[in-house]
Design a binder for this molecule. Structure first.
Ligand SMILES: C[S@@+](CC[C@H](N)C(=O)[O-])C[C@H]1O[C@@H](n2cnc3c(N)ncnc32)[C@H](O)[C@@H]1O
Length: 220
């Protein structure tokens, strides 16, 4: 589902942020740089989209890798990030351990992991753990049930909810929502929580509503 949705979005609608999101800049400036003194190393951007965030981290001094399910993103990645930085076109069946042969220092998964079925998310988290150096950092954002997507969703299979949006975004997708901070920490329990929070860049109460996401920042 997310494959078809994003293939269509990137190829026909030209979806993708052009500049890094504010919470990503704050993650780098406040957490990686100021709190953890981590300004270099290898960073994997999982669900990297068009590579805008990977390019930001590359400019800051990281060696970046990107992974996404949309094959045509390779072209956007090469243009935005440079073909000296590796883009991996993955399917849910692809094992990250088989394709990434360097140890990673930062896993960055912005607004991508909530599209994964339960078993795949569990496999991905365990792969993240395996491909990381000791003390590596993970950043993951998860859509919360305060998000307006939730208001347009109905129960699907107990893990996903089916979302149907008209208007600006006009899409059908399946999302796994996180309800509480406790649930977030349980989801990422392979990693030691360092900073747990949330962001809601915009909330037009009478228009779309909240864009609330949780953020988990943890350490191996
Ligand atoms: C909301 S976009 C976020 C893109 C990028 N991380 C950003 O911050 O701009 C979600 C991304 O997750 C990717 N994605 C969706 N399902 C995926 C899956 N099962 N495995 C890997 N990537 C996936 C999509 O193709 C898309 O690029």
């Amino acid at each position: 589902m997310s494959f078809e949705l994003y293939k269509n979005k990137y190829e026909q609608k030209g979806y993708g942020v052009e500049y890094p999101d504010g919470h990503v800049i704050r993650f780098y400036e406040r957490i990686l740089k100021y709190k953890l003194n981590k300004t270099s190393g290898k960073l994997l951007d999982f669900g990297c989209g068009n590579g805008t965030h990977a390019k930001y981290f590359k400019d800051k001094g990281f060696k970046v890798f990107g992974a996404d399910i949309v094959p045509s993103l390779q072209e956007k990645w090469n243009k935005n990030v440079g073909d000296d930085s590796k883009y991996f076109n993955i399917r849910n069946e692809t094992k990250l351990e088989d394709i990434i042969d360097e140890k990673i220092d930062v896993i960055f998964a912005n607004q991508s992991l909530y599209y994964l079925p339960k078993d795949i998310l569990e496999q991905r988290l365990s792969s993240f753990y395996n491909i990381c150096n000791e003390n590596a950092i993970i950043f993951a954002s998860m859509m919360s049930s305060k998000n307006y997507y939730y208001a347009h969703s109905s129960k699907s299979d107990g893990w996903f909810r089916s979302v149907k949006l008209d208007g600006r975004l006009k899409e059908n997708c399946e999302i796994h929502f996180i309800n509480t901070q406790k649930e977030l920490e349980e989801t990422f329990s392979l990693f030691k929580p360092l900073f747990v929070g949330d962001y809601d860049p915009i909330n037009f109460y009478d228009f779309e509503g909240s864009a609330h996401h949780f953020i988990f920042i943890g350490q191996k």
